[in-house]
Design a protein around this ligand. Structure first.
Ligand SMILES: C[S@@+](CC[C@H](N)C(=O)[O-])C[C@H]1O[C@@H](n2cnc3c(N)ncnc32)[C@H](O)[C@@H]1O
Length: 278
């Protein structure tokens, strides 16, 4: 079998492989429940995208990076933003996990944030800096030298969060998320989040398991973020099957440049019958 047949077979397998499915819970809380007189309005995907692609988001990240422990990776991210802004000025449009998270964090003002794949706390710090009181719950295996960068673990992440002014509670659960996340929810049946980031295990099955485990815990009106859908095409397939095709969500994907990021806004407790289904 030649290489192109193998690639075709692989793509077919990615489309049809059995994936774990979320088991949704009745009466999911709404983000609005935390707002006085329920004045909260769920942003639509265009609003979320406009914020994620804004110059404000990029400028926020450039400044935030200055407050984090330096690394080559962060320096590269910052240099990319600066060069792009210098070249394209106010017309620059770019999104990644961190700008999408800035958008969600400023639009939703979360009180509870959950992240699978915390690593050095870069994305958690976006939430911690924009919403200093937000409770942060993270899951990670702390794989050593992940992507060639030291992955020092919970103590390091706590000090990064403190460094950006976060004051809310921080709970960091160590272990394989396939087991640690269901174990956590078994002990915390009432735990729901306003924003969830899934950025841990990057295998199709691992990411699908993480999504299946956390999707039922996203509040209605909340935002889910999923990273690397360009860098890992199999992850894009997982996203489409578990989230994009589910009418509980409206979604936005940025795939023009960088690693690619996907966002979903949960619009319903149960599947919605909307114009796409009629
Ligand atoms: C891409 S990094 C997360 C980056 C972080 N979200 C950020 O934006 O800076 C992925 C992290 O997932 C963790 N990870 C990988 N497989 C995992 C698993 N099965 N369970 C828990 N964590 C895992 C790695 O240890 C690593 O820290």
């Amino acid at each position: 079998m030649n290489l192109s047949s193998l690639v075709r077979l692989r793509r077919l397998w990615d489309r049809v492989r059995p994936l774990p499915r979320p088991v949704y819970l009745p009466n999911t809380p709404r983000v609005a429940d935390a707002f006085p007189e329920n004045v909260f309005r769920t942003p639509n995907t265009m609003t979320l995208a406009a914020a994620a692609l804004s110059e404000e988001a990029v400028c926020f990240m450039e400044e935030l990076i200055d407050r984090l422990t330096p690394s080559e990776e962060l320096a590269g991210q910052q240099a990319y933003y600066r060069l792009a802004r210098a070249q394209f000025g106010r017309h620059m449009r770019f999104a990644d996990l961190t700008t999408a998270l800035w958008a969600a964090s400023t639009l939703i003002r979360p009180s509870d944030y959950l992240e699978i794949g915390v690593r050095r706390g870069r994305s958690a710090c976006v939430v911690g800096a924009t919403n200093p009181e937000c409770a942060i719950l993270g899951f990670d295996l702390w794989l050593p030298d992940y992507a060639g960068v030291p992955n020092p673990g919970p103590g390091f992440v706590r000090s990064e969060l403190e460094g950006v002014g976060h004051q809310g509670s921080v709970e960091l659960v160590s272990g394989d998320s396939r087991e640690s996340v269901p174990a956590y929810f078994a002990e915390h049946p009432d735990a729901f989040s306003d924003i969830i980031t899934v950025d841990g295990d990057h295998t199709a099955l691992g990411a699908a398991t993480d999504l299946a485990n956390v999707l039922p815990r996203l509040k209605v009106g909340g935002v889910l973020l999923f990273d690397d859908i360009v860098q890992r095409p199999a992850l894009r397939g997982v996203w489409e099957r578990l989230v994009k095709r589910d009418s509980r969500y409206v979604t936005w994907e940025y795939t023009d440049a960088g690693d690619g990021v996907a966002a979903a806004i949960r619009i319903g407790d149960r599947p919605m019958l909307h114009w796409r289904d009629q």
